[in-house]
Design a protein around this ligand. Structure first.
Ligand code: ADP
Ligand code: F6P
Length: 325
């Protein structure tokens, strides 16, 4: 029999992402709209264990939809992988009357959520990560803002790169996933894109490509490198030595995680946050919200975590074909 949920908790966990505030705001406002009590939990699972829990009202989320970061703060909490720690967290939820919990974060945060669900707390995951590396969904909160931030930065680097007829390596975020790199590859018209999923470490191929471009009259050569491959500065030195062309590396870093969210991130995060509350009110647990084929849907968390994320061929093919000349 499904449990009636009258008090809903919300936390953000793992790396922050622009749009998380829109999701928090939606959880708070949708809960209140449906007559539920809502509790904010600061600093992710670490804050839950430290009982950093407070009741939220509608006003607490006023003027937050346009703000980057997360007003609830976020944290990583290694000890949450221990069953006795999860039991303690479930006891704390019970103590504060939290029957349902919305966890906004990535795959790691969902693993924590599924463990909590086993201990009787109804949990719903909402995908929040700039990396877009969650298999069950084509959209994650923050990716759109991050990729636009990176794209604008790369446009600027391209200007100076062209003026000086240099080669530029720009490192974008994505420790295990190359989605930001791939999207920027298309959006910025990069000559080369290095993805952790496919990189073959054939630097001679890159060198040949740069020399070939120069012969055709290209005034710059933009290489977008994903964080997961890294070593952009040393790669730049090797490329300069091999080609004789001045080569500079820029690591964009954490600027990609901040900033005011795009309209898409504000809107989709709002829909996902509200949907998470609806699912809890329907008595659902251990689910994750996703976006696929133009619809907002939900999956069992375990099934979602078992899915494999694949980069569609049309992305890779387009990146190669439309950037070739
Ligand atoms: P993300 O949610 O962005 O993938 P992490 O992988 O750092 O970020 O996970 C965030 C937090 O989720 C971790 O610090 C930990 O508290 C919790 N977590 C991760 N993996 C597990 C797990 N296997 N069991 C329980 N909790 C986990
Ligand atoms: O938010 C995702 C991400 O930016 C990854 O691309 C990166 O590997 C990771 O977070 C780094 O985060 P932190 O330095 O906070 O651990």
């Amino acid at each position: 029999m499904s449990k009636e949920v009258n008090t809903i908790g919300v936390l953000t966990s793992g790396g922050d992402a622009p749009g998380m505030n829109a999701a928090i705001r939606a959880v708070v406002r949708q809960s209140i709209y449906l007559g539920k009590k809502v509790m904010g939990i600061r600093r992710g699972y670490a804050g839950l264990l430290a009982e950093e829990i407070f009741e939220m009202n509608s006003h607490d989320v006023s003027e937050t939809i346009g703000r980057g970061g997360t007003i609830l703060q976020t944290a990583r909490c290694k000890e949450f992988k221990k069953p006795e720690v999860v039991q303690k967290a479930a006891d704390i939820c019970a103590k504060h009357g939290i029957e349902g919990l919305v966890v906004i974060g990535g795959d790691g945060s969902f693993r924590g959520a599924t463990e909590l669900a086993k201990h009787g707390v109804n949990t719903i995951g909402v995908p929040g990560t700039i990396d877009l590396d969650i298999a069950c969904t084509e959209y994650t909160i923050g990716f759109d803002t991050a990729v636009n931030t990176a794209m604008q930065a790369i446009d600027k680097i391209r200007d100076t790169s062209t003026s000086h007829e240099r080669c530029s390596i720009i490192e974008v975020m994505g420790r295990g996933a190359g989605y930001i790199a791939l999207w920027c590859g298309i959006a910025n018209g990069a000559e080369d894109v290095l993805l952790p999923e496919y990189y073959d470490y054939d630097e001679q191929k890159i060198v040949d490509h740069i020399i070939e471009g120069r012969k055709k009259g290209k005034q710059h050569h933009i290489i977008i490198n994903a964080e997961g491959i890294g070593h952009s500065t040393s790669l730049a030195k090797r490329i300069e030595a091999a080609t004789g062309i001045e080569t500079r590396a820029t690591i964009l870093g954490y600027m990609q995680r901040g900033g005011s969210p795009t309209a898409k991130d504000r809107v989709y995060a709002s829909i996902m946050g509200a949907k998470a509350v609806d699912l809890l009110c329907e008595g659902k647990t251990n689910r994750v919200v996703g976006y696929k084929h133009g619809d907002f849907i939900d999956f069992d968390i375990i099934e979602a975590l078992d899915m494999e994320k694949v980069i569609e061929d049309f992305f890779l093919d387009t990146c190669v074909s439309v950037n070739a000349r």
